[in-house]
Design a protein around this ligand. Structure first.
Ligand SMILES: Cc1ncc(COP(=O)(O)O)c(C=O)c1O
Length: 215
């Protein structure tokens, strides 16, 4: 929701000093960060120091569902005791096949993540040039700060009604009151023109809603 990065190296250092296990949710980063696309821990050089990874196929890998990966003892105990796992149907074969293909692709080909990075950079530059406030400029998740639940819904409705663009408004309690935002995430399939069109549309809607500009 913030579009920022956790201080994962420092957390791993502290965990190792104190003999703690680490559990890292890479759902927004798998397929997107790291040389092999395995995620943020890889990019930060701590992939081998995380105890359990959680990841998902629903974001960078274009499918649905997810996984955990870790020591056999942990995986065994989840298989044995985790009720949602024990009582759920297995992931359907087409989903698993899609996830496997996506994993193989991102491992050897960085084209899609390079495109995503380019689009995200253009988006952040375009918003900054117009003084539209962004909560964090760190990652490909770009949360635009509206700061009011009604105006947040209004901006989203105007974007859809006047420009045919849907962006999810995120209100409290999902985020703290006063930090209501639009969570904007470009994809590698968007073009530079798409980003430009979106920035211009948001600029017009921002003015129509009388929202403040600044940082
Ligand atoms: C940090 C995080 N973890 C896990 C999930 C769950 O993802 P999914 O619904 O694809 O299983 C989400 C969904 O947005 C998420 O943001």
């Amino acid at each position: 929701m913030e579009g920022d990065f956790s201080p994962v190296r420092e957390i791993v250092d502290i965990a190792e000093e104190s003999g703690a296990l680490t559990y890292l949710d890479e759902i927004h980063s798998v397929g997107i960060y790291g040389e092999e696309g395995s995620g943020y821990a890889e990019q930060q050089g701590v992939r081998d120091r995380i105890t359990v990874f959680q990841g998902g196929f629903g974001k960078g890998l274009g499918g649905a569902g997810g996984y955990i990966a870790g020591p056999a003892s942990v995986i065994d105990s989840v298989r044995t005791f985790a009720a949602p796992f024990v009582f759920s149907t297995s992931a359907p074969a087409p989903l698993v096949a899609g996830a496997l293909s996506a994993l193989r692709l991102v491992r050897h080909d960085s084209t899609q993540r390079d495109l995503l990075r380019a689009r995200a950079a253009e988006l952040k530059e375009g918003l900054a040039a117009r003084g539209i406030p962004v909560i964090s400029r760190d990652s490909h998740v770009v949360p635009v700060l509206v700061g009011d639940p009604h105006r947040n819904k209004q901006v989203s409705a105007l974007l859809l009604g006047d420009h045919g663009i849907y962006v999810q408004p995120v209100n409290a309690p999902t985020v703290p009151e006063g930090t209501e935002r639009l969570r904007v995430t470009p994809t590698s399939r968007h073009t530079a023109e798409d980003v430009q069109t979106f920035v211009e549309a948001l600029d017009a809607v921002w003015s129509a809603a009388g929202l403040p500009r600044g940082r």
